[in-house]
Design a protein around this ligand. Structure first.
Ligand code: FUL
Length: 510
């Protein structure tokens, strides 16, 4: 497609001579007929972040030794006393076996105790109660282990600091918080996320003064400056939570809304908007779900158990499968390692993800991987965008940068998959090329056993948004959902409505 513009140049000669017009012809080419983005669209670092999909949370620190979930900030440094050398490499390899692509280590919680030798406070590991504690620089060891095992990594740093005498004063932001974030950014320019909760203060030790200190998080933490300063050092680091580049999903139970837009109007206290996003939101603000894999707290406690691999698989379907990411917490114990029963269950989870959804899992090969039945089907589409680059083959080419689409002005389309012989199907995976915005807002799934009569699948599920990734359990249930599947000769996906011409970069059937 060529768009021709006539640019009219007006030459105004000096000294009052007669006006003269000059006509310049210029062609602006869009030879591929590339679709326009449907705003808002993500920053490149948000796309990379979304691709991380499933990663670990490691709550470890002072609370691991006090049994608390929120330390007051008055704990003596010597209470932090690991019984062996903390081993972040064991954390990283254990979650890699679960199909995770990275992790976030808590290196300062609300109690203010820093797991690295920071220059900003003496409340840090240099005063630890064991030699292991004094020598194990957790962010450094964690970053090194992650790089070694090709895993993404980042840090949780609590904005609320119940130990610091500066908290609640301007000096906290300039002399403590921003400096700590910069120190941590220095542990790796390739960090993918920094995690900040929405803490607004409360009571604490505050250098011995005690009392209640509350702040207005929206202005107090100087977020624009924080983002700028961290991005100077770690350009692809998404600033989560109060950082404003990815949002809390509104619960800590491991689920996102079935409808989930990656947009909001930024500041919201409304948990239903946190869970579902907002189709009219002006900001690209995708959801992340933080959840506990274990039975007690975020930190390790005596008697800490772990949920079954099936329950964790359900969380995955309800988060990663609903256009959110999942950050799943597994707390290291007082020896600085993940307990063996956690490691065992994580490996089982990896096997489920690999054998049901073909999630690449370190150590598992194609002999146990789910077969992608979209690749063995004949695919028909009722529409294809002009330009020669948006063919249906892009749906199954495994290339995230290519996509199928329809022409401008179209808001619906049908994709039909046909197999030579009926296949047992259980899950449908769809992905939109989100660099062009999130578009699809209504779709329907049907199957046919005989190639002539059609039955709608999961009619009680909201088949609305797709986004970066949607995984639909075809029986409509995310719990105990593996079931017998459907014996399908054909599968039909009808996109019924879209904010702009629908585009899909990927389609899988398992
Ligand atoms: C919350 C904290 O208050 C909890 O202790 C925990 O760290 C959770 C992930 O974030 O905001």
């Amino acid at each position: 497609m060529k768009i021709k513009f006539l640019l009219v140049g007006l030459l105004l000669p000096m000294l009052g001579f007669a006006q003269e017009f000059q006509f310049v012809s210029q062609e602006l080419d869009n030879p591929d007929n590339a679709p326009l983005p449907c705003h808002p669209v993500p920053h490149e670092r948000q796309i990379l972040w979304n691709e991380t999909e499933f990663y670990a949370f490691f709550h470890y620190g002072m609370n691991t030794f006090t049994g608390k979930e929120w330390g007051f900030g008055d704990e003596a440094e010597s209470i932090y006393a690991p019984k062996a050398m903390p081993d972040p490499e064991q954390w990283v390899t254990s979650v890699k076996a679960a199909g995770m692509k990275g992790g976030i280590a808590v290196v300062k919680h609300h109690d203010g105790f820093c797991l690295w030798p920071t220059a900003t406070t003496t409340h840090n590991i240099t005063g630890a109660g064991s030699e292991y504690g004094r020598t194990a620089n957790i962010p450094q060891l964690f970053a090194e282990a992650s790089k070694k095992h090709d895993m993404k990594y980042g840090f949780y740093i609590s904005p609320w600091d119940r130990n610091s005498a500066h908290y609640g004063k301007d000096t906290y932001v300039t002399e403590v918080f921003l400096k700590q974030c910069e120190e941590l950014a220095e542990y790796g320019s390739d960090q993918f996320e920094m995690w900040f909760d929405g803490a607004r203060g409360g009571d604490g030790y505050y250098g011995g003064e005690g009392g209640n200190r509350n702040i207005d998080a929206a202005i107090y933490y100087d977020i624009p400056n924080l983002r700028w300063r961290v991005h100077q050092i770690a350009p692809n680091c998404v600033m989560w939570g109060v950082g404003g580049e990815a949002r809390w999903i509104g619960n800590e139970s491991g689920y996102a809304g079935e409808t989930d837009w990656a947009m909001t109007d930024h500041d919201t206290e409304d948990n239903s908007i946190r869970g579902q996003g907002d189709i009219n939101g002006w900001l690209w603000h995708p959801g992340e779900s933080d959840a506990k894999a274990t039975t007690h707290g975020w930190f390790w406690h005596n008697g800490e158990g772990i949920h079954s691999a099936e329950r964790l698989f359900q969380m995955y379907l309800e988060t990663v499968g609903r256009n959110a990411t999942l950050i799943l917490n597994i707390p290291p114990d007082q020896y600085g390692v993940l307990p063996q029963h956690s490691v065992t269950e994580l490996a089982k989870l990896g096997q489920l993800l690999h054998s049901r959804l073909a999630v690449p899992v370190y150590g598992l090969d194609e002999t146990t991987e789910a077969t992608d039945l979209a690749k063995t089907a004949t695919i028909e589409v009722d529409k294809t965008r002009d330009g020669g680059k948006y063919e249906k083959a892009n749906l199954t080419d495994g290339n995230k940068d290519t996509y199928w689409g329809v022409n401008d002005g179209e808001h619906s389309a049908t994709i039909t998959l046909t197999w030579n012989t009926p296949q047992v199907i259980r899950y449908l995976v769809m992905q939109e090329p989100i660099k062009l915005g999130q578009r699809i807002k209504e779709f329907k799934i049907e199957y046919s056993e005989d190639g002539s009569s059609w039955t709608e699948l999961c009619p009680n599920m909201q088949t609305t948004t797709v986004g970066y990734k949607r995984i639909i359990p075809l029986n409509g249930s995310t719990s105990s959902s593996y079931g017998n599947g459907y014996n399908a000769k054909q599968l039909r996906i009808t996109i019924e409505d879209s904010r702009a011409c629908p585009l899909l970069s990927n389609l899988n059937v398992y």
